[in-house]
Design a protein around this ligand. Structure first.
Ligand code: ATP
Ligand code: MG
Length: 269
């Protein structure tokens, strides 16, 4: 877990990333890294810069400064299409699913499986259904049928379909922007189990969340973004909820003030 991230070349690294929107500094000289198969939690207050950083990693936002390295090699993304080709997928908070279309079509949206008949490319719906079923069962996602429309699913099932969509094409890195924010407790557990199952398949997962339970249940490491900077980070077993909550508010060390349970106060980063 943490030894993994220290020893190997990170699968994805960002160095000195800044993003300016006119006079607004959304990100300021951020360094970032994630290892293969690592689950990284990203926390921070509203407006801290979490989504902007993730959009830089997925090519939706082009940074004003800084470089990205994929498996040690510098890469430049001009759009999410560029990052997707290299195995980076982002699940956006609004999920971007088509409600009036069946599950299997959503999974293949924009990447339809075709077959050629006499030079004509035809959508191969039966093959799509079969591939969607196999993929969902690999991820232990249970739905009644892949023919169900997405609008008839629960919030958690929709989130699962969005994650299935992001991972259907051999993604190496999946970025999830607040995947549990809109979910009932029962469904949160299922999404977090899905994160663990991706990790077991060697996928790296970045998960933005405001919920400490999510971070401490599913993440190997946690990073706090504060006012556009990488404020602090730690392997999850080496920190506490109270310390991380302090980082979100821009305080380090001196966690006694916030502590309700036992906190190692010698643990300032
Ligand atoms: N397209 C944009 N144009 C101008 N300012 C922007 C743009 N996108 C983000 N910002 C600003 O950049 C800062 C960081 O925003 P960002 O969405 O990354 O925050 P966040 O950490 O994801 O917050 P939240 O927890 O509320 O989702 C904010 O001040 C935001 O207003
Ligand atoms: Mg955000």
């Amino acid at each position: 877990m943490s030894s993994n991230s220290r020893n190997a070349t990170p699968i994805l690294e960002a160095r000195g990333i800044s993003k300016f929107y006119g006079a607004v500094t959304a990100l300021q000289n951020i360094d970032f890294h994630i290892a293969k198969g690592e689950v990284l939690g990203v926390v921070g207050d509203n407006g801290a810069g979490k989504s902007t950083l993730m959009k830089v990693l997925s090519g939706l936002v082009i940074p004003s400064e800084g470089t990205l390295l994929l498996e040690g090699k510098e890469v430049k993304f001009n759009s999410p299409r560029d990052s997707r080709k290299l195995g980076i997928e982002m699940v956006y908070q609004d999920l971007a699913l088509a409600g009036n279309m069946p599950i299997y079509e959503n999974i293949f949206l924009g990447r339809e499986v075709t077959r050629s008949i006499g030079g004509l490319k035809l959508l191969n719906k039966n093959l799509q259904r079969k591939m969607a079923e196999e993929h969902l069962s690999r991820l232990k996602i249970h739905v009644k049928s892949v023919n169900q429309n997405v609008e008839d699913l629960s919030g958690g099932q929709r989130q699962a379909v969005a994650i299935a969509r992001a991972t259907a094409f051999n993604a190496k890195i999946v970025i999830m922007d607040e995947p549990t924010a809109a979910l009932a407790i029962k469904e949160v557990g299922k999404v977090l189990d899905l994160v663990r199952s991706l990790k077991e398949h060697g996928v790296s997962v970045i998960i933005i969340s405001h919920r400490m339970d999510d971070i401490f249940y599913s993440c190997d490491r946690v990073m706090a973004v504060y006012q556009g900077t990488n404020f602090a980070e730690s392997a999850v077993p080496e920190t506490t909820r109270n310390e991380v909550i302090g980082w979100i508010m821009g305080t380090k060390g001196n966690t006694e003030r916030l502590a309700h349970d036992t906190v190692d106060t010698g643990n300032a980063h």
